[in-house]
Design a protein around this ligand. Structure first.
Ligand code: GLT
Ligand code: MN
Ligand code: MN
Length: 391
């Protein structure tokens, strides 16, 4: 029997080396799983139907590797990718683990730290290009404070801008085909992180010299930590042409960054997100990776990690099927069909004094409209029925 939910490379599922390779360390206890060889991780990803793998420089190359060690690691890794049919669509820099970054990388007060961050990122960009990456993620995990008085928040933003502008020029100067995707997070590991939400990022991007090269990488868990609607954030990024990457996982509101298996906590929101990404309710389909930035619970051994990874992809495909069914449902279609009024619609945009007059003379009965129910309870129940598989 063929499994219609089985992941296929065409589904464009990707995982970070840091996700399936996560050894289960947390602030209260050490690793519970062995460190896995990146080449073995890639082979296993190929076996279970993933399309790609993403990485930080130091997920693959130790911080203090020599140039010849680096080259050998890279060529072994490239061979494993080729052998497994796995691509590397995205790369990023670890600007958070080494103690030099304890008070930030691009925002640190010490210019030597900022210089080191730029240098490390340029090397990691070169690595990403060597591996075939087209998207470069920036997650400013340490770019924040516990002690607010140490730095003017305006200087922090200016320093991040200088860093981004410098690195955009570097990419252009090298002739690389690479776009940047900025990932927001409100807190953790810092007390407060600069540019805490996708909305903050979207504005910041417009202040860059090469804003066309820069978009966002929203993460389910991070927007949910801030109590925001992930679907609205992603929708705004898509509408602005700025969705360059996406980090899928799940999260309970108001907790630490849980990075749970996709769909595990919030299947309804996950369904609504997939509707948007797959375009089942209209609009363009997202063409990029479906990247899972999540990791297995600390209760799991290595086998449990692969159960987790298969679960992320399978849930996505099941919910994708449900999203298609919901949007193909004639009752749903009828309820959400766009209301077109050829007399009124043209009056609602492109100001003119005549339109002001026409708007003022329209016959509108606010009480009658206000007294009419919209039926969204019924619509939401239809969504639930599709989600739960009863329709
Ligand atoms: C880190 C973080 C993630 C980021 C990764 C990219 S690293 O695991 O928690 O949200 O996407 O730097
Ligand atoms: Mn992430
Ligand atoms: Mn996270």
């Amino acid at each position: 029997m063929t499994d219609r939910y089985a992941p296929k490379p065409e589904d464009r599922f990707t995982f970070g080396l840091w996700t399936v390779g996560n050894p289960g360390r947390d602030p209260f206890g050490p690793s519970v799983r062995p460190t896995q060889d990146p080449c073995d991780l890639v082979r296993k990803l190929g076996e279970i139907g993933a399309w790609g793998v993403n990485l930080h420089d130091n997920d693959l190359i130790p911080f203090d590797a020599t140039a010849s060690q680096r080259d050998r690691i890279v060529s072994d890794f490239q061979a494993a990718c080729e052998e497994s049919g796995i691509v590397v669509p995205m790369a990023t820099t670890n600007l958070f683990s080494h103690p030099i970054f304890k008070d930030g990388a691009f925002t640190a007060n010490d210019p030597k730290v900022r210089a080191f961050a730029l240098r490390k990122t340029m090397d990691a960009i070169d690595l990403g290009i060597e591996l075939g990456a087209k998207t470069y993620v920036f997650w400013g995990g340490r770019e924040g404070t516990e002690v607010e008085a140490c730095r003017d928040p305006r200087s922090a933003i200016k320093r991040i801008r200088d860093g981004m502008n410098f690195l955009c020029e570097y990419v252009k100067d090298q002739g690389y085909d690479l776009r940047f995707a900025l990932e927001a997070k409100p807190n953790e590991p810092r007390g407060d992180i600069y540019l805490p939400t996708t909305g903050h990022m979207l504005h910041f991007i417009e202040t860059l010299d090469h804003s066309e090269m820069v978009g966002v990488n929203p993460e389910v868990a991070h927007e949910t930590m801030a109590g925001l609607s992930f679907v609205h954030g992603v929708g705004q990024a898509m509408e602005a042409g700025k969705l360059f990457h996406i980090d899928l996982n799940s999260q309970k509101i108001g907790r630490y960054d849980q990075d749970f298996r996709f769909g595990a906590e919030d299947p309804k929101q996950a369904l609504l997100l997939i509707r948007l990404l797959e375009g089942t309710g209209g609009g363009e389909r997202w063409q990029g990776s479906r990247h899972f930035d999540a990791h297995a619970h600390r209760t799991e051994d290595v086998e449990g990690v692969w159960d987790f990874a298969r679960g992320c992809m399978r849930t996505y495909n099941i919910l994708k099927e449900r999203a298609h069914a919901f949007d193909a449902d004639p009752e749903v279609k009828e309820m959400i069909a766009e209301v077109v009024d050829s007399t009124i619609d043209p009056l609602l945009k492109d100001y003119s004094p005549e339109k002001v007059e026409a708007l003022r003379s329209l016959a509108i009965d606010p009480d009658a409209i206000g007294a009419t129910g919209l039926g969204w309870e019924r619509l939401d129940q239809l969504l639930m029925e599709h989600l739960l598989g009863t329709r």
